[in-house]
Design a protein around this ligand. Structure first.
Ligand code: FMN
Length: 369
């Protein structure tokens, strides 16, 4: 049994399925009744997973077809659990038999083998595969629709790949319009080209790259969050660190705040148009675990893809001997582009949960009926 597959208190998401099993999917419970929801909404989000350029992603390009099995009637959510899934049609397990006793360095093969006594489905990384993030994207599609019903939104984009950085801050409009136009999901077209080149070069060398994704949530009213342990930032960090390959999370000035003085880091308040705003946003829109009303800004560090073609040292866990491994199969030379909609979804799921807990979403749905 794998416990720990659900997240959320009032808007809950349970993820199920393995990379090379029959299906992957999610059950969303606690979605208020009366939200217009169609398979096409979920499909549109799923389609964002796969950048159009096969050069920079794995050969596993699945034409996933979203299915909603329950919780929707006559085009609206009913308030019952929403079960969503896609079939795994493109799974090819042949490369995994040869390395089933050779844990890939950097992947979860060794830790899963120990934890589940060898019974875990190792094919394609099983539960630990990036493929499982499809569940987050499907649940995120519901969460995003809920947020948009109250005029909030979540946008993520690629900030850096390896050492190539987008060092200016794009406008919300630019992120919204351009992020899915480039294969790497970076809204700066010139920077995106350099990022693509870096990924192609890493792949040629049998290697991989990581990067940074920034996510911005807009129009979240002040006061959302449940301190202490369900602080908005704590819950977001938990959801984001559950995304495979995410190794770090920071809000606003993040680790940079450690080098600032209080006078530099504090976001001075002022009144603008009858509302309290801050002149800067080093806090990333969260103070004391509660939203401040400023945009929520969170960044995640994504590590380089563990499965690489270069030879590496490992062990044979059956023979308990040192061994070497060259990972074959269809792997992304950089998972950042595919992880952009996943990060967006993880943040949207946590926000939907907290905004329902704050009584902000159910009320609006009723009013709009
Ligand atoms: C969208 C996405 C796609 C991924 N694709 C691959 C892949 O093709 N090959 C691989 O080795 N790891 C891939 N990963 C990363 C592994 O799943 C991850 O590194 C592994 O489960 C170990 O977990 P950890 O890095 O969080 O410790 C992907 C991750 C994501 C989010």
């Amino acid at each position: 049994m794998l416990a720990g597959n659900s997240i959320g208190k009032e808007f809950t998401v349970t993820s199920f399925g393995e990379s090379h099993g029959k299906i992957v999917g999610a059950v969303v419970d606690g979605c208020p009744a009366g939200l217009r929801l169609a398979e096409a909404d979920v499909q549109a989000e799923l389609d964002r997973r796969i950048p159009v350029k096969p050069k920079i992603v794995s050969g596993r390009i699945e034409k996933d077809k979203a299915q909603i099995l329950s919780g929707v009637f006559n085009g609206f959510t009913t308030g019952a659990p929403i079960c969503m899934m896609v079939e795994n049609k493109e799974a090819d397990s042949s490369d995994y038999e040869a390395i089933k006793d050779l844990p890939r360095p950097g992947h979860a093969d060794y830790t899963a083998h120990i934890r589940y006594g060898g019974f875990n489905d190792y094919r394609g990384g099983g539960r630990f595969s990036g493929r499982v993030t499809v569940a987050l994207i499907m649940a995120g599609a519901v969460a995003k629709k809920l947020l948009r019903a109250v005029d909030a939104d979540v946008l993520a984009y690629t900030k850096s790949i390896g050492k190539i950085k987008m060092d200016r801050t794009p406008s919300f409009e630019e992120i919204q319009k351009r992020r899915y136009e480039t294969a790497v999901r970076c809204p700066d077209l010139a920077c995106a080209e350099k990022m693509e080149e870096a990924i192609v070069n890493a792949r040629k060398e049998g290697d991989s790259l990581g990067g940074v994704i920034e996510c911005i949530a807009l129009n979240v009213p002040a006061g959302v969050g449940e301190p202490l342990f369900d602080s908005l930032d704590a819950d977001m960090a938990k959801a984001l660190l559950a995304v495979p390959a995410v190794k770090g999370v920071e809000f606003g000035a993040g680790f940079g705040a450690a080098e600032l003085k209080g006078s530099e880091n504090n976001d001075a308040f002022r009144v603008q148009g009858g509302k309290v705003v801050a002149s800067t946003n080093n806090a990333g829109g969260i103070l004391g675990g509660l939203s401040s009303g400023m945009p929520i800004v969170v960044r995640v560090a994504v590590k380089p893809t563990p499965s690489i073609a270069k030879e590496q040292h490992t062990v044979d866990v059956a023979k308990m001997k040192d061994a070497a491994i060259k990972v074959k199969g269809r792997h992304d030379p950089c998972v950042v582009p595919k992880a952009v909609p996943v990060v967006e979804s993880a943040v949207a799921i946590v926000l939907a949960d907290h905004m329902i807990r704050a009584g902000l979403i159910a009320k609006v749905l009723k009013e709009r009926k």
